[in-house]
Structures are given as structure tokens and as C-alpha cells.
Design a protein around this ligand. Structure first.
Ligand code: ADP
Ligand code: MG
Length: 250
């Protein structure tokens, strides 16, 4: 579903991703971990068309991200094409970014409504299903301000799912939450993983990585330092940098 081969990205003279190579198969969950500033968010943003890569090859479901190939030449994609590609990718951020003047239900319905994905009744019933899936059916008419952080993040997940994405990206989805609210969001993500969704999750929740992820990738300084089976990497980190990081978060 996602293939990165030698992906590099710089901001000015700051080389932030240095030849990243990794793969996520359909239905797999990959956890991306590493210290702050290592390039994790930038990598997700490249997959989601919020940044363009400077070198290497990045594909989602076999389609080149951000560029169109003609012969052996690459052309930057038209923003409209990029927007169409991005619709297949759901993203959940650390901050929930819900629209404050819309109820939970309206937040979930907004994108499919703009894209005329069905009649109003169809879209509403689909949105209610998604809210039920994240355990919030009975809160559908609440405004974000009247929901806890964990509930808001679950609405944000339902909202991302409303576009029927084939890939979900999570960028530290529980980092802004009070500790007692983390579990309910991780449970929803675990259910999503069990339903077969392909996911890339940037997180410091090593319990989640061990239990749910198929693959753990440790990044530092813009490179993949180590990757493999989560239980194996967590129990037996091979590189000093991985050991040092894990000793701080475990
Ligand atoms: P992480 O998510 O692992 O904490 P980031 O991908 O956010 O790391 O950042 C990696 C590096 O890229 C940092 O040095 C950061 O300052 C830099 N960076 C990220 N986004 C931008 C941007 N839009 N412009 C300039 N520098 C950026
Ligand atoms: Mg980040």
C-alpha cells in the first residue's frame, strides 16, 4: 500500500529525511517511533501530499505521490490531482482540529457532503454508523467543546473514516490527551486495525506498538535506524540509538 524507496526531503539546507526506505503492505499496521525532530511528521506529510519529496520514489497503492511520470521525466502533480489522491488517505493529528461550530455528526458529514457522496439521509446514516463505531452514537449532537479530548479524537477518527480511506495516518494521536483518555482512543485504533485497515501510526505508546503493529520502524535524524517485528525490536534493540530512545519511553 505504501512504498518508500530512498525518499529524501529538505527544508532549505536542512535535510530532514535522508533516503527513507520502507514498505507497508495492505492491511498492515506500521508504528513509526523516534525522538522529536527525527522527521516522522514530515514523512507522513509527504505521504499525504502536504509536502513533496525532493528525491526517491514514494507510492501509495502503486501510484506515485506528488508527481506524474511521463517517459523517464517527472512532473509535479497538479493540485487538483493531488487533492483527488489525498481523498483516499485519512489523517488524524495530535490536535483534533474539529470544526468548533459543528456537532460531532456534522463534523463527520462535512467532507462527504462537500463531495456529494450520497443523499443527505444516506450520508447521515453512514456518519451515525461511524460514530457508533467509535462509541459515540449517543453524543452525535454534541459540540466539540462539550466533548472530552478523547471523545473529540474519536470524532476526528470517524471523520477521517467518512471518506472511506484505503490508508490511515496517525500523527501522535494520543500525545495531547490526559493519560486517562489515551486508552479509549487506542482501543478505537486497535479495532480499526483488526478490521483490516492499513495504518501508519506515529506514537510513543509502545504497548500499542507491541500489541497491534505488524512492524516497528525507529527513526532518528531523518534515517531509519532500525525496523522489524515490534516485540523483537522492543525486547532486543540492536542499535545504541534505539536502546537510548527506548530506555526513555518504556
Ligand atoms: P518529528 O515529527 O519526528 O518530531 P518533524 O518531521 O516535525 O519531526 O521535523 C523534522 C525536522 O524538520 C525538524 O528539524 C523541523 O524543524 C523541520 N521542519 C519540519 N517542517 C518544516 C517546515 N515546514 N519548514 C522548515 N522546517 C521544517
Ligand atoms: Mg511530529
Amino acid at each position: 500500500m505504501v512504498q518508500a524507496e530512498g525518499v529524501s526531503k529538505s527544508f532549505g539546507s536542512n535535510l530532514v529525511l535522508k533516503s527513507i526506505s520502507l514498505e507497508v503492505q495492505r492491511g498492515e499496521v506500521l508504528c513509526l517511533v523516534g525522538p522529536s525532530g527525527s522527521g516522522k511528521s514530515t514523512f507522513l506529510r509527504c505521504i499525504n501530499h502536504l509536502e513533496t519529496v525532493n528525491a526517491g520514489r514514494l507510492t501509495v497503492d502503486g501510484v506515485l505521490v506528488g508527481y506524474r511520470q511521463k517517459g523517464d521525466k517527472l512532473y509535479e502533480m497538479h493540485p487538483r490531482e493531488a487533492a483527488a489522491q489525498r481523498r483516499d488517505i485519512g489523517m488524524v493529528f495530535q490536535r483534533f482540529n474539529l470544526f468548533p461550530h459543528m456537532t460531532a455528526l456534522e463534523n463527520v458529514m462535512v467532507a462527504p457532503t462537500l463531495l456529494k457522496k450520497g443523499t443527505k439521509a444516506e450520508l447521515k446514516s453512514r456518519a451515525m454508523e461511524l460514530l457508533a463505531r467509535v462509541g459515540l452514537a449517543e453524543r452525535h449532537d454534541y459540540y466539540p467543546a462539550h466533548l472530552s479530548g478523547g471523545q473529540q479524537q474519536r470524532v476526528a477518527i470517524a471523520r477521517a473514516l467518512a471518506m472511506d480511506p484505503k490508508l490511515m495516518l496517525f500523527d501522535e494521536p494520543t500525545s495531547a490527551l490526559d493519560p486517562e483518555l489515551v486508552g479509549e482512543v487506542l482501543d478505537v485504533m486497535k479495532g480499526l486495525a483488526e478490521s483490516g485497515m492499513t495504518m501508519i501510526v506515529v506514537t510513543h505508546e509502545m504497548g500499542f506498538a507491541r500489541e497491534v503493529a505488524d512492524k516497528l520502524v525507529f527513526m532518528d535524524g531523518g534515517v531509519v535506524v532500525e525496523s522489524g517485528d515490534p516485540a523483537e525490536v522492543l525486547a532486543n534493540p540492536k542499535r545504541e540509538r534505539t536502546k537510548a530512545f527506548l530506555s526513555k519511553v518504556l
